[in-house]
Design a protein around this ligand. Structure first.
Ligand SMILES: Cc1ncc(C[n+]2csc(CCOP(=O)(O)OP(=O)(O)O)c2C)c(N)n1
Ligand SMILES: [Mg+2]
Length: 369
């Protein structure tokens, strides 16, 4: 029986909090499992360094992902070569797995236009900051694939629990259900939308059950269990790309990955004013990295030596990415006005004039203090 055919409130789990196997393992090679561990460690270290860069004034703002590595890395590894990934603004780990270089992500959060440029051969859509807008882009792209008769490509779309309160989310899922688009909707339910708790987003018992109203399956998965996330996403992608309807089982899926963000919503947020330290501790016990580490050690896939080698490699790679991003000259404030209007309104001319006056008086350094 497919792991997707279950009650939406029945949480899919493969590893328990200690990394012991409690569910059916996905069909996945040992090499991929170790690569997933490596990618999760990289995402965690990148996150730590990025927050620190922001604190030192070396980056504008940044949305941390610590705690959410399993949801991102497990699902991104499930993607096939032709599939596409539609991120929100927090999917640095998933995007990296699909080919977005780390320095590119840093450039984005440093405010460089170049940070928006997705390499041509990478099937990842640009970062979407306006909440839930990417759900419509993903459904549109999935419908386009259907119309072209492309049966190899599925669209995996990430969004948060807060995004499920937006009209876009409902329109995207309704359309996908009616037109059988090759869609996998992946909700990162990290319990909070900035300071708004999950209970204030919906009176539904689960987010997964919303799929029932759109006529397709919804499944809740332990979003801090990378193997369970991989399994559920892989099955959903296979179902999305099954041969054309009506003679196949091709259907969209809504995955609710239950998880927690350990840190702040962004570096501009202070979560201590709206959530308890005990709540954070409770979720830290489910940390995906020690869980997968313990599983890998038990199976002889990792030991002290290989873990140390991974840590060193990850530290070096993140340091190189930072060096590369910081070697790009910081954008001048005039860049803000480019590519917005064909004919700039008067107030923008006035603001540009202010910039020029500042430069004439103090030089460029005044912008980078
Ligand atoms: C349309 C829109 N409204 C409001 C905002 C401001 N905003 C940024 S993040 C956020 C909360 C989103 O929460 P959730 O969807 O749970 O995602 P998370 O950040 O928790 O991953 C809000 C309201 C926005 N970016 N776009
Ligand atoms: Mg959230």
């Amino acid at each position: 029986m497919s792991v997707l055919e279950r009650d939406p409130g029945d949480l899919v789990q493969v590893l328990d909090e200690d990394g012991a196997v409690v569910g059916e393992l996905p069909d996945i090679g040992d090499e991929t499992i170790v690569q997933m561990y490596r990618d999760m460690v990289l995402a965690r270290h990148f996150d730590k360094r990025a927050v620190s860069l922001q604190r030192q004034g070396r980056m504008g703002t940044y949305p941390p992902l610590s705690g959410q590595e399993a949801a991102q890395i497990g699902s991104a590894h499930a993607l096939g070569d032709d599939d596409w990934l539609f991120p929100s603004y927090r999917e640095h780990g998933a995007s990296f797995v699909r080919g977005i270089p780390l320095d590119q992500t840093l450039l984005y959060w440093m405010g460089h236009e170049a940070g928006n440029k997705v390499p041509d051969d990478v099937n990842v859509f640009p970062v979407a900051v306006p909440i839930a807008t990417q759900t419509l882009h993903a459904t549109g792209a999935a419908w386009a694939a259907s119309l072209k008769g492309d049966t190899d490509t599925a669209m995996l779309c990430y969004f948060g629990d807060g995004a499920t309160s937006e009209g876009d989310f409902h329109e995207a899922l309704n359309f996908a259900g009616v037109f059988d688009t090759p869609s996998v909707f992946f909700c990162n339910n990290n319990q909070w939308a900035i300071s708004v708790p999950r209970e204030h987003q919906t009176a539904s018992e689960t987010i997964a059950q919303k799929a029932t109203a759109y006529g397709f399956e919804g499944v809740q998965v332990d979003g801090m269990d990378p193997l369970a996330v991989y399994k559920v996403t892989r099955e959903a992608l296979e179902k999305a790309t099954a041969a054309a309807p009506p003679d196949s089982g091709r259907r969209p899926t809504l995955i609710e990955a239950v998880q927690y963000r350990f840190g702040a919503h962004t570096t501009a947020d202070d979560p201590s004013v709206y959530r308890d330290a005990e709540e954070v501790e409770r979720w830290q016990a489910k940390d995906p990295i020690p869980r997968l580490e313990s599983f890998c050690r038990d199976r002889g896939l990792l030991d002290d030596e290989s873990i140390e080698a991974i840590d060193t490699d990850v530290t070096d790679r993140v340091a190189e990415a930072i060096e590369s991003a910081e070697s790009v000259a910081r954008p001048l404030p005039e860049a803000l006005f480019e590519s917005v209007y064909e004919t700039m309104p008067d107030r923008h001319h006035d603001q540009l004039a202010e910039i020029e006056a500042l430069r004439a008086e103090h030089g460029d350094e005044v912008f980078f203090e």
